[in-house]
Design a protein around this ligand. Structure first.
Ligand code: NCD
Length: 361
C-alpha cells in the first residue's frame, strides 16, 4: 500500500502555502484516503464508497459469524488514539470502530504524563509513539497539527496513516463523513442528498463539524445551505467564499423560525465557549436558536434533526422521541463510518464486498 507518498515530495513551507483543495491529493494514495485530515480531500465517489462499506459492515455485524469475520480484517494492526483534547464520544466511537475491524488500540490522553513534561517536543512524542503502531488517530487543540505530523512521518522511513479526530476550530473530517452517511441513509428513498436544503444552527464561528460538513455538501447537486446564528457566531468568511466559489446557494440569517419549515435537515450545534477569550458568548442570547418541542410542528414530515453532540439546551430532551430526531442514529453511524474508513485506508474493503455478496446471494 505504500506505493507512492506525495507528502514526502514537498517541503513543509511549500505545503503550508497550499489551499485546502490543493492539499487534498497529498493525503491520498491510489485514489483512496491514506490520511484523513481535511474534509476537502474527499470527492463524492469516496463518500459514497465509505457509506457503502459502512452499510455492509453494519449488516454483516448482525451475526456472530459476521462479527468474527470483521474482527479478523485488521487483526494484525495496532492503532494509537492520541487525544490531547477532551473527548469521550469521538474517542469511544473510534475505539469501538477499531474493535469492529479487530484492530488493537492504545491511548494517549494526557500528555502531562508523557515526556513532554521533560521538554520533549510534541512532534518527537508523536513520532516516538507512532513507532509502536500502524495508524494514528489524533485529536488536537491546534489546527494543522495533524497535518504537520502526517508530513513529518511521511518524511521518515516509517510513515503511518493518520486520521484527524478533530483539530482546533477548523476541521473534524470524520464527523463530516458520518454526517454525510446519516444524510445518505435518511434520504435514501427521497432521491439522496442532491436537491436538499440543510440548515446549520448555533455556534457556526467555532464549530468545526459545521465547517467540515458544509464543505462536503458542496459535492452534491443543488443543495441549499442555511447558516442560522447570532451575528457574532456566524459562519466564517472562508467557508462562505468556498461555497460561493462552488456556486452553492446559501442563506446567512438569524431567523430560526423562518428557516425550520423550509429545510430537509437541521443541524444543531452547541455554543463552543471553551474558545471564549473573555466569556464573550455569555453576552449572547442563544435561546432563539434552540430547537424546542414547540418547534416540532414547523418541521417537514420527512425532515431530520441532527447534532454532533454533546448537547446542552439547544435541543429540548422532549424532541428526542420524535422520529425525525436523528442524533442518536448519527452516533451509531459514526462507528460504522469510521470502521469503513479504516478498512479503506488499509485496502481491506474488497473483502467486505466479497463477504457481503456471499451473504446476500
Ligand atoms: C464535536 C467536536 O468535538 O467538535 N463533538 C464531536 O466530536 N462529536 C462537537 C462539539 O464539541 O460541540
Amino acid at each position: 500500500m505504500y506505493r507512492d507518498n506525495p507528502l514526502s515530495k514537498i517541503a513543509w513551507e511549500d505545503f503550508q502555502k497550499l489551499e485546502l483543495a490543493e492539499k487534498g491529493p497529498y493525503f491520498m494514495r491510489g485514489g483512496r484516503p491514506y490520511h484523513a485530515l481535511i474534509a476537502q480531500q474527499f470527492d463524492r465517489a469516496q463518500l459514497e464508497r465509505i457509506g457503502d462499506v459502512a452499510t455492509k459492515i453494519r449488516k454483516i455485524g448482525k451475526t456472530k459469524g459476521g462479527i468474527n469475520f470483521l474482527q479478523d480484517l485488521l487483526s494484525e494492526k495496532r492503532a494509537m488514539l492520541y487525544f490531547s483534547q477532551p473527548s469521550s464520544r469521538t474517542f469511544l466511537s473510534f475505539y469501538a470502530a477499531c474493535q469492529i475491524v479487530g484492530m488493537k488500540a492504545a491511548e494517549v490522553r494526557d500528555t502531562s504524563t508523557s515526556s513532554e513534561v521533560k521538554g520533549e517536543s510534541p512532534e518527537d512524542s508523536v513520532r516516538t509513539f507512532s513507532s509502536y503502531f500502524d495508524m494514528i488517530i489524533m485529536r488536537h487543540p491546534v489546527g494543522g497539527f495533524a497535518e504537520r505530523i502526517a508530513w513529518l512521518l511521511s518524511n521518515t522511513d516509517r510513515p503511518v496513516p493518520l486520521l484527524n479526530a478533530g483539530s482546533g476550530k477548523d476541521q473534524h473530517p470524520t464527523q463530516a463523513l458520518l454526517d454525510i452517511y446519516t444524510l445518505q441513509r435518511s434520504f435514501e428513498d427521497l432521491g439522496g442528498i442532491d436537491g436538499k436544503k440543510i440548515a446549520f444552527v448555533g455556534d457556526l464561528a467555532r464549530g468545526r463539524t459545521v465547517r467540515s460538513l458544509a464543505s462536503l455538501l458542496t459535492l452534491y447537486k443543488d443543495v441549499k445551505q442555511y447558516f442560522v446564528a447570532p451575528d457574532s457566531l456566524q459562519i466564517g468568511e472562508d467557508i462562505v467564499a468556498q461555497l460561493q466559489e462552488s456556486k452553492v446557494e446559501l442563506e446567512v440569517c438569524d431567523d430560526c423560525e423562518k428557516v425550520i419549515p423550509e429545510v430537509d435537515a437541521i443541524y444543531m450545534t452547541r455554543i463552543q465557549d471553551e474558545w471564549d477569550t473573555a466569556q464573550e458568548s455569555r453576552a449572547v442570547d442563544t435561546t432563539p436558536f434552540h430547537f424546542t418541542a414547540e418547534r416540532l410542528p414547523l418541521l417537514k414530515e420527512r425532515a431530520i434533526i441532527m447534532h454532533p453532540l454533546p448537547r446542552r439546551k439547544e435541543i429540548a430532551v422532549e424532541v428526542d422521541s420524535d422520529p425525525r430526531a436523528m442524533y442518536w442514529r448519527q452516533v451509531r453511524n459514526g462507528m460504522w463510518a469510521r470502521a469503513a474508513l479504516m478498512l479503506i485506508v488499509f485496502e481491506r474493503d474488497g473483502e467486505v464486498d466479497r463477504y457481503y455478496a456471499d451473504l446476500t446471494s
